[in-house]
Design a protein around this ligand. Sequence first.
Ligand SMILES: [Zn+2]
Length: 679
Amino acid sequence: MLHMSNPLLDFSDLPLFDQIQPEHVAPAIDALLQESDAALETVTAPDFPADWTAIAKVLDVTTEKFGRAWGAVSHLNSVADTPELRAAYNAALPRVTEFWTRLGSDERLYAKYKAIDPSTLNPEQRQAHKNALRNFVLGGAELQGAAKERYAQIQERQAELTQKFSENALDATDAFAYYATEAELDGLPEDVKQSARAAAQKEEKDGYKLTLKMPSYLPVMQFAKSSALRHTLYRAYVTRASDQAEGEAAKFDNSALIRDILALRQEEAQLLGYLNFGQVSVVPKMAESPEQVVRFLRDLAQKARPYAEQDLVDLRTFAREQLSIADPQPWDWPYISEKLKEARYAFSEQEVKQYFTAPRVLAGLFKIVETLFEVSIRRDAVPVWHPAVEFYRIERGNELVGQFYLDQPARNGKRGGAWMDDVRARWLRPDTGRLQTPVAHLVCNFADGVDGKPALLTHDDVITLFHEFGHGLHHMLTQVNERDVSGISGVEWDAVELPSQFMENFCWEWDVLKHMTAHVDTGEPLPRGLYDKMMAAKNFQSGMQTLRQIEFALFDMLLHTEHDPAQDFMPLLDLVRSEVAVLQPPAWSRTAHTFSHIFAGGYAAGYYSYKWAEVLSADAYAAFEETVGKDGLPSVQTGRQYRQAILEAGGSRPAIESFKAFRGREPSLDALLRHQGMA
Ligand SMILES: [Zn+2]
């Protein structure tokens, strides 16, 4: 009966997001933990057969429910955070982590998997089996006694600390507000002003409410003429969740958390027999060693450096000659950049934005996907967590291929950034013998529409949407039937950005853009003249931007290989900056303190993956450039080859094999450098 009344325990189809309440969390987790423990005991009993399907029928079927229920809770924690939900989530988190850690290191289960005869498995199962054995080793299954216990403690502690890190980053961002006067907002776009005014009015305050959320922060940095205003927001932004934060915000300091997280990772690596966490991180990846990664980053940095230096010279000259800024400060650079871009290419992001209304962009995105990957996308209605959330079905012929939730607007209680997450994976279920179709979350943080008009997206927003949709396609178009290697499951982390970054390329194609733009007031598509300017500006400062990504990636890898966690990490960051960056931030800048990718996400010693995969995605996209039709549209034939070799294969084989199946050769750096104007 408990199952009937607790929406988290309803697995008949999609999660009942409209019914899930904080008080459902604890009883659901209790029940699922108990069931999962029982399943683990059953399959590890001495007389239980060492048989892939037999184990899956009992254990995977049970733990998958657990994963889906917890997935729903943690999703709500990310997009609809409330104090009650956060408390329920945090109360359950240690037990959830403890279970997965225990499952991943259970010697009996490891022995059972080792005893499975690979010749009884199909190729997908064989890959999943291989991954499972590797994950057992990385999960501590070969550890004994005290070392094993310590390993489990480390996992639980890490989960708590990284959750706290995220909370601090979110709370520090949410806590800040600056109520500006009309005069201070000189230079700011009208829609940003209106949103700021509306936000202040909602709180019955005078003036304009500015925040550190992207739709507010970024336009201030780019457009506000007042250097003092930019300074105020910049200072608050780059000191978020750090020892340099001022006043009330000081309580969100992540310094100690970072130190502890790094120390735990180092200890974990040593328990597993590695020198450092960087080595652990690359085991399941495409890269062969941290050294190979560092060489790759330094090689790319060297190629980008002359372009970055020229970018900086251009900025300084323009600031001095056109803006009378003789000595630009860190909070002046985005403003100078925007002004130089306007002067050089005679358009602004603001002008471009008027053509990218959210519904039109979405329709354009769907059109490409439908044509290229031979599917259709239809709106559907299911229970959601917020009225702004949309839901869609992807079909081929009459067959359901996958479904996804789309949550676009930014709001309080919603974690910043954009991401794809899985709700459930494609799986030929061993219990029912029926095919389970994949479901995804696509989450963005776009500005809302103003005055009843549709939301306007910046071109960067459009790229973000395409990017996340690329992850979604990888998850949803898979044809693999084995859950742990279907879609993005089992794909090497440093290859996982291939399909997402691949999709970004379409945001630069004229024949694509003209179909997915309509001016918010006139309905006119993007004018060709404006597009030409955007293209000319495409690689504006690509040298500096490349170095910035390399700075993050190199810092991350060195932090997890050469750095002693007991020491302050700021000197390492300074060292990396002096090696890589052409612009030095102020001494009080603490951007690492909100570097959630590596301290609260899965990118620890893995941030390089973005650049690594960009090489793959640029090279894959080059195949479309080589086969583009007379109408300027991408070849459906190439689309099919790409879909089959990369998207449908998912994690069922090493990424390098999928890449070679599509391209017929090893990846090359050329396409990336060419796309970014550095050839
Ligand atoms: Zn991504």
